[in-house]
Design a protein around this ligand. Structure first.
Ligand SMILES: [Zn+2]
Ligand SMILES: [Zn+2]
Length: 274
């Protein structure tokens, strides 16, 4: 056991573990990685790529019985028109917000410098967790205010609550203001926490994944809330409850803020509704 922990510590703290990966990225894709457009391309493409498997599950529906046993609200499946509506909103946001913001970045921000040194694995993991925790706090406050102040809710957040049974494509079925805020924090937080670029990109992709998972409508055995013990992490079943019962579970990732503020609701609520 002692040997194991020592090995683990050596492995995590090892500065050179990620170095070969970082070197090969730097040498082969230097110009792409330095571009201020890279983080945008990375997050947008991972969004569509990671939505795809869940979208296929929704489209296959009953034909995939094994998958459907994990559906959180089995009686409520997104219809073709709902899916098309969300695809439309997402496309609209990307054409009128994401694209102009990317062009502005590309035009005004100089290419970034790629450091020679890779982060250690421990730095990378700590950075990703730090970013998730910081975002979780910011979005918790933002989300709470947008539910408590009626004007804010109606003007900005109501669109995201069109659906009380979420599905992957509903993740970015957001108003422009919400998308801009979320994008702003996701870009700013790694700078505040002085993260390495590799850590920043890892966080961005993971953040996209967990946001989709929150909305996917399925609670698979490998969902984050099942992989992370003690109910630390909310995951799909908790956020599903937020869409059914909007005065609970405001935090996007972890469950501590909702527990502290008394807004935490378990999935037993929706089981009672069925
Ligand atoms: Zn949601
Ligand atoms: Zn909400």
């Amino acid at each position: 056991y002692k040997q194991l922990t020592e090995n683990l510590r050596a492995c995590l703290g090892n500065d050179s573990l990620l170095q070969p990966l970082w070197d090969s990225l730097r040498h082969n894709y230097r110009d792409y990685l330095r571009s201020p457009l890279f983080p945008v391309v990375l997050t947008v493409s991972s969004y569509f790529f990671l939505c795809l498997p869940f979208l296929v599950c929704d489209i296959m529906g009953e034909r995939w019985g094994w998958v459907q046993q994990f559906k959180i609200q089995p009686s409520r499946r997104p219809t073709a028109s709902t899916l098309l509506h969300c695809a439309g909103v997402t496309l609209y946001n990307h054409v009128f917000l994401v694209l102009p913001a990317s062009v502005a970045q590309w035009a005004w921000r100089p290419p970034v410098d790629l450091p020679d040194q890779a982060p250690s694995l421990l730095e990378l993991i700590a950075g990703v967790i730090g970013n998730l925790l910081l975002f979780d706090f910011q979005y918790f406050i933002w989300h709470l205010l947008h539910h408590k102040i009626r004007w804010l809710y109606m003007t900005f957040h109501a669109i995201h609550h069109n659906y009380s049974s979420p599905f992957a494509l509903a993740t970015q079925c957001l108003g422009g203001w919400e998308l801009v805020t979320v994008g702003f924090w996701t870009t700013l937080n790694p700078v505040i926490l002085r993260c390495h670029l590799l850590t920043t990109w890892t966080f961005m992709v993971l953040h996209v994944y967990v946001s989709i998972e929150d909305h996917c409508g399925y609670d698979f055995p490998w969902s984050t809330s099942r992989l992370i013990p003690f109910g630390i992490y909310g995951g799909p079943s908790k956020h599903d409850v937020h869409h059914q019962k909007p005065n609970s579970n405001f935090a996007p990732h972890f469950s501590h803020w909702d527990k502290l503020f008394g807004t935490h609701a378990d999935f037993s609520f929706s089981a009672a509704v069925k």
